[in-house]
Ligand binder design. Structure first.
Ligand code: SAM
Length: 295
């Protein structure tokens, strides 16, 4: 097969699948992207410039990796499927703009959720310079990955992540939306969420059940004051324990006394029958402040 045909084109991907007897592993969330427009869309959404330092989660057979490299990025990738290093080694270009691939691409066989970014990256990246994360995520661990990156010791310049459309909708949901909930809030207190593009399920081999979306998350310059973050996120989760019930009902576990609950809801200046999905982040912060931090 002519290596000048991009890995992310259906014909090259199919040839790689045939050559290495690749069986997409469902338990690893493997859906390979075979849509060059979508791949370019991800690279553009991440605003990749020559010299950018990029962490890729799950390079698969390298379709997105290759385009990140051609856009000028230096890529450090985390992968867990032992069948893939051989494929990446053979199929990615040997050099990019005259630079040997080993200077531009490094693969670490490690679960992203066990990453120790500073130690893992120090020999390959300049940790004093910005680092971007770009990924077509394994969908079975989308939410844990977002939380893990959010809580990371490194301050990423941006996270450009492809995920199931319904999860992306939850990330960008605002009060009053039915998708608005603990995930939206946990992300929005730290990051600005921008929707970049939607990708049909026919753009993947094998075809997933649902369409996908790409979102770009960038750290907020001014974060809302929500107090201790773990406590805040826990209070939010408790308030959404039974989404269709009123806030008053959900608060029973946190504030057992009816009069204290009524006082707290009154202080929020809202209708006593309000449901949790109608509250703003500032109102959740007010509730969290009124509830003792669990030790
Ligand atoms: N980037 C490729 C593409 O766009 O075609 C593959 C994306 S596929 C949706 C997800 C990739 O993540 C797979 O290659 C899978 O093996 C890998 N993966 C699954 N679990 C992982 C984990 N815990 N840590 C790192 N990579 C993982």
């Amino acid at each position: 097969m002519n290596n000048e045909i991009p890995i992310g084109s259906p014909v090259r991907t199919q040839a790689i699948i045939n050559r290495y007897f690749v069986k997409a592993k469902k338990n690893l969330g493997q859906n390979f992207l075979v849509d060059l427009n979508a791949i370019q869309g991800i690279v553009q959404a991440a605003d990749i410039r020559p010299g950018d330092q990029v962490i890729e989660i799950g390079p698969g057979i390298g379709s997105l990796t290759e385009q990140l490299l051609y856009a000028g990025a230096k890529v450090f990738a985390y992968e867990v499927d032992d069948a893939l290093p051989e494929i990446l080694n053979n199929e990615l270009p040997r050099q990019i703009a005259g630079v040997p691939i080993k200077d531009r691409f490094e693969l670490m066989m490690k679960d992203i959720l066990k990453a120790n970014f500073k130690a893992d990256l120090q020999d390959f990246f300049d940790l004093t310079k910005p680092i971007k994360v770009v990924a077509n995520l394994p969908y079975y661990i989308t939410t844990p990955i977002i939380f893990f990156l959010n809580e990371s010791e490194l301050d990423f310049a941006s996270l450009t992540l492809m995920m199931q459309k319904e999860v992306a909708d939850r990330l960008s949901a605002v009060p009053g939306n039915k998708e608005y909930g603990p995930l939206s809030i946990a992300v929005q207190i730290e990051m600005k969420v921008t929707s970049a593009l939607t990708v049909k399920n026919t753009s993947f081999i094998p075809k997933p059940r649902v369409d996908s979306s790409v979102v770009v998350l960038t750290p907020l310059v001014q974060k809302p004051d929500v107090g201790e973050i773990k406590h805040f996120n826990w209070v939010v989760k408790m308030c959404f324990a039974q989404r269709r019930k009123t806030l008053n009902n959900n608060l029973k576990n946190l504030v057992p006394e009816a009069d204290k609950r009524a006082e707290l809801i009154k202080a929020l200046g809202v209708d006593p029958r309000i449901r949790p999905e109608q509250l703003t982040i500032a109102q959740f912060a007010q509730i969290a402040r009124a509830i003792p931090v669990q030790k």
